[in-house]
Design a protein around this ligand. Sequence first.
Ligand code: UGA
Length: 427
Amino acid sequence: MSNRIAVVGTGYVGLTTGTCLAHLGHDVTCIDNDPAKIELLESGGIPILEPGLPELVAEGVAAGRLRFTGDIVEGVQGREFVLLCVPTPQGSDGSADLSYIESAARSIRDHLEPNAIVINKSTVPVGSTRVVANALGREDVHVVSNPEFLREGSAVSDFLNPERVVIGADDQAVAIRVAALHLRLAAPLLVTDPATAELTKYASNAFLALKISYINAIAAVAEAVGADIDDVVTGLGLDSRIGQSFLRPGPGWGGSCLPKDTSALIRIAADAGYDFSLMKDAVKVNRQQFERVVDKVRRVAGEPLEGRTIAVWGLTFKAGTDDLRDSPAIEVARQLVAEGAKVRAYDPEVAAGADVLEGVEVVDDPYACCDGADALVVLTEWPEFSRMDLDRVAAALAQRAVVDTRNVLDRAALARREFTYQGIGRV
Ligand code: UGA
């Protein structure tokens, strides 16, 4: 069955969701208030790096099932479903800022069809379905929570092969209508009340953050006692109650979701009278991880860092995306710059000369990046980094020193070339 759907917001979540719904056969209009973005999309361009998305956008547009508009009023008219996919950035007190979502709700309220369903996909504090309903002020329109679980870099595949679809609705008949949108996806469906759906989203992202902080903490212990984190993770993962996923040590977790959602959950809990000290500690461990990386740089490059040149490979918050938001790499670079180091960076998805951070020069060649540097620091796990010519790296650097925060370089090959080496959770 084909439904008429409007998607408000064409960021990672909105554009992927709208495009995939069109792929499933629905008639979708994607709306954004950024005219440049709409112009780009209408001309066949894609504003984000997301594997598989350009092909599906082209498919939807060619089939006449996907279109773009900057006009929110025209965009929602005649639509049975309106998906809100606008940002919920972190406010100054850690809570999620709902101003975009409320403003979107106010813009559409007078233009919604009777019996329309407004689906909130943005990550919002428990109780926000009510906030949206209040902003809409329409008794004849339903509001439902349907959190997304899309990872940047694999969002299309995550949408089309979901591990679960969570629908938070007060009314069963409305939940069934929303469930019908996902009929072609073979996924377990959880229908619950809105507050439970909203909390499920936070609980998921926060748990992922906890896992990574946990393994980074174990990595610190491994370094101190002379154990090897890779083998520890293998040993852990063989216990089916634990599993291997999301236990890769690194420079800390970042991106547009985990940092803001953990802060928001701490805030939600505090407002409800619970001191979420476990979560607070996970956030603290994450901050310490950035500092631990800088410490390692000091150790291999030599102290003080002032006046030294540090080469950085990788700026995005993880591989497979061009997103720099809340990137651990940027945080580490910021601390290096603050200590007076000159930072030269290379990232396959960041253009040379890009203005990522004051004091950081972005170049377009990984070897030129190392030229005359006192150390190389690998901060993102781009697969190409493990295939680099280490003789060229050694020749370019002023001293053979490397910090590999993603454990992607060949440690033995570095040792043969007499590099001073620091990984994470290895000795
Ligand atoms: C995250 C969640 O994984 C998605 O399920 C969720 O839908 C999304 O947030 C969201 O709320 O929209 P994403 O922000 O794309 O997705 O990034 P992740 O793949 O979760 O990675 C987050 C950070 O953890 C990255 O900095 C990554 O490098 C780090 N990480 C991840 C590790 O250090 N180790 C790991 O084992 C896994």
